[in-house]
Write a protein of this length. Sequence first.
Length: 409
Amino acid sequence: MSIFMLGIDHNMAPVDVRAQFAFTRKNTGEALHRLKEEAGICGCIILSTCNRLELWVSTADEEKPDLYQWLCSLKGVQGEQYQKYFTSRENEEAVEHLFYLTSGLKSQILGEDQILTQVKDALSMSRDEFTTDSVLEVLFRMAVTAGKKIKTEVPFSHGNPSVIHQAIRFLEEGGYHVRNKVCMVIGNGEMGKMAAQTLREAGADVTVTIRQYRSGVVSIPVGCSRINYGERMDYLPECDLVVSATASPNYTLTEELFEDVRVERPMILIDLAVPRDIDPEIRKKDNITLYDMDSFRTGETPKELADNLEAAGSIVRAQMNEFFQWLEGRDIVPRIQEIKADAVEDLNLRIEKIFRKTPMEDSDRENLKKAVDTAAGKVVNKLIFGLRDSLNQDAFLECVEGLEKLYEE
């Protein structure tokens, strides 16, 4: 069994490139089924977030899928010009990447824990679509376990990190404070709610847009007002800051919509969506400053965050070792069972004559034979698994191969 992943993220590609390969929740399910139907694919999971897209597959050992070509075909992208933005990983390298990613150690904002939920959701969707398998199931579950353990035991001390937190910090460092500012948040999904709540906690006057057909049933963060999505352009001139964070494949704010809108004082627009929510041409308008997901990137690691990285890394490495032990055991157990069966049969042939000459009832002889078989099997198991625990992996596999050769015909 082999594990492969293909990924693109904020470190490798700008938001416009990532947007071409992004998935909505609906088309993720469709893509999973199409990927699972590819020859040699045993299981697959798709992780699609604002900052990254990753395709994960498990295959038979002799299969090596071309995930980039499959993705381009699915998305209708021609040529090889985007391949430079992607990274492919296999087996140990892929496993290590997932563990560090799920633990928040590869995120745009180091230590953030949104990725933990996103990885869990990716696994859950694959389960719902029946496209995962035991290898990817255990891998993702154990990566999530590592992330939870870090979240509990190694709390990153700079608070509740997210893109909106970093955006506010970025603005404050430039002298702009959101307290008492009139803000509108377009979108009331997970990202939108977090943005609205964070702005409200920072002292802003926040209004959230709600789709009209949902306005009577959708909750919004405490302290925020609501308007229908269709009224956003009427309310926009009153705003100092607008955040758009939806899963829509279309722009929520277009250049055309601004043709009849007068922005008479400085306004900040923040686009937290991939694909983009806000038409980049809007930044040419007077009094408009537009930021997107890539605007808040930083190469600096806060000191309080760096102090926790070694402890987090230790947890990750321990959980990774546990997964590799499971994976190795998964492959080796059938071989050990065959060796055990051959050894028990060998013992039976050697003592069969003694059994025949031993005076006892046939039923007692049969019961004794079964007891000997069970005891012999336990002895073989103890010997082989004892070797596994006391030898390094290469030496242990050599021992297993040697035992297998003993019983080759």
